[in-house]
Design a protein around this ligand. Structure first.
Ligand code: GLN
Length: 481
């Protein structure tokens, strides 16, 4: 990014209100940045200038009428390409949906528009959000703007890279097993996975329905709070969205963290954790202690089973959700002499190898004879992992862990070995299975200049608390963009 301070949501509002810039000019500035950088980063798959300028013009008209501006007025945003956007191609980074143009907006997108945001375009990701490096996209990998030979993390790699490179002020991602928190950590920006049910999934193309969450990336925690406030809340279109009131997240940010009990589970500091990452996380915990938090050692004994449990449940749900791509109802259809041949050809050409692997795994663990041994058992272990969290929250207000065991790895480093890729999710999938909120906040950089993310989990619907701790940490550490 250039020497100028990055745009923030508050900065955009102030500049618009003072008529220093119009929303249209701001959108144009971001499109010229995208022009300069996107060929190299591959963060955006589709740009939506028509929609962006129409949104910007509505904001400019409101400014000229002297109206009170909505909370995200004129904020240039990117949206992960698994979230439906009316009139704007939504591919899920898959050949299967290469030409799919949704006729409606996901609730989260609709709420962002209502809050005044400007949609620059749709961001690259792992195909159907399956991956942890953004290398599973049918449209090529995303590069990490911090180090171009490295992955941005995944699956929401395009959204994270866009924000980190200054090609959007904020972005929506989705997190099923870590896909907001891990790319946030790898690219050096905060990213929040809200509580399951906090944000409507209506219009989100399903991967694993009991785990999928939509959440924000931004350059700082206050902006994360602003975007979360705009998209959170009950939605009659999603029966799993919760009718829990949405607090004023911005107002809670400045509350002192003095006296809060932070749990540090030793299970998250074992084999596989990079020593330099560990050092940074310990320094981060020490910083929280200096802010007055009380450190409490914890055991979360089922942590070791989380990867296996997650990959059974996520693939089972994926195999069911992806059955709909049959060449009849959506997207691609490959010709075939018989109906079965048409299904086979369509799914063979439309899906990439990771998606196929998961459909096969998921079908296997759900099949008669294996259901009890795998799927049912995984559901039981999921309950035990959730109990680790609820037991911990009897004693502590938040749990602090590393977001990922390593910093951003090199492109191609783990593609040959899916198991190695899955192991990178070891610290994020626990919270996903439990359905609790988790944020990754920047926690300094290694000697090689690679960002480290610190993860903060809270009890269900405690986003306000999680954001408050993250904000205090960011302010004290000077870790924002
Ligand atoms: N890396 C995890 C997976 O591949 C998480 C993906 C996600 O959160 N969408 O399933």
């Amino acid at each position: 990014m250039s020497g100028a301070a990055p745009w923030t949501i508050a900065g955009v509002r102030a500049a618009l209100a003072a008529k220093k810039i119009s929303a249209r000019e701001l959108a144009a500035e971001f499109y010229s940045r995208i022009d300069r950088r996107n060929a190299e980063l591959n963060a955006y798959l589709t740009l939506s200038p028509e929609r962006a300028y129409a949104q910007a013009d509505r904001i400019d008209a409101a400014v000229s009428r002297g109206e009170t501006l909505p909370p995200l007025a004129g904020v240039p945003m990117a949206i992960k390409d698994v979230i439906s956007t009316r009139g704007v191609r939504t591919t899920c980074a898959s050949k299967m949906l290469e030409d799919y143009i949704p006729p409606y907006d996901a609730t989260a997108a609709e709420r962002l528009e209502r809050a005044g945001a400007v949609f620059l375009g749709k961001t690259n990701c792992d195909e159907f959000a399956m991956g942890g490096s953004n290398e599973n996209s049918a449209y090529g990998p995303v590069r990490n703007p911090v180090a171009l030979d490295r992955v941005p993390g995944g699956s929401s790699g395009g959204s994270a890279a866009a924000v980190a490179a200054g090609l959007a002020v904020a972005a929506l991602g989705t997190d099923t097993g870590g896909s907001i928190r891990q790319p946030g950590a790898f690219c050096g920006i905060p990213g929040l996975m809200p509580t399951y049910g906090r944000v409507s999934r209506y219009g989100l193309v399903a991967f694993a329905s009991s785990l999928d969450k939509i959440g924000p990336f931004a350059g700082n925690v206050a902006d994360i709070a602003a975007v979360t406030a705009a998209i959170a809340g009950h939605d009659t279109y999603d029966s799993t969205s919760a009718a829990v009131p949405v607090p004023d997240y911005a107002a809670g940010l400045e509350k002192p963290v003095q006296g809060l009990r932070i749990g540090v589970p030793e299970d998250y500091f074992g084999k596989g954790l990079d020593p330099e990452v560990q050092e940074k996380i310990h320094a981060g915990i020490a910083l929280l202690e200096r802010l007055g938090c009380r450190r409490i050692p914890l055991r979360m004994p089922h942590t070791d089973y989380a990867i296996a449990t997650y990959y059974i449940i996520a693939t089972a749900e994926a195999s069911s959700n992806l059955a709909r791509y049959d060449g009849v109802r959506y997207g691609l259809r490959a010709p075939g002499a018989t109906l079965t041949e048409m299904y086979r050809q369509t799914r063979d050409r439309g899906f990439g190898s990771e998606v196929k692997r998961r459909i096969m795994l998921g079908t296997y663990v759900l099949s008669a004879g294996y259901y009890d041994a795998y799927y049912l058992r995984a559901q039981r272990v999921r309950a035990l992992i959730a109990r680790d969290f609820s037991d911990a929250f009897e004693k502590v207000d938040a749990i602090i862990t590393p977001t990922a065991p390593t910093t951003a790895f090199r492109l191609g480093e783990k593609t040959a070995d899916p198991l190695q890729m899955y192991l990178a999710d070891v610290y994020t999938v626990t919270g996903s299975l439990a359905g609790v909120p988790g944020i990754s906040v920047p926690c300094g950089k290694t000697r090689a200049g690679l960002p480290v993310g610190l993860q903060i989990f809270g009890p269900h619907f405690s986003e306000e608390r999680v954001l408050q701790i993250a904000h205090a940490f960011e302010a004290a550490g000077g870790f924002s963009l």
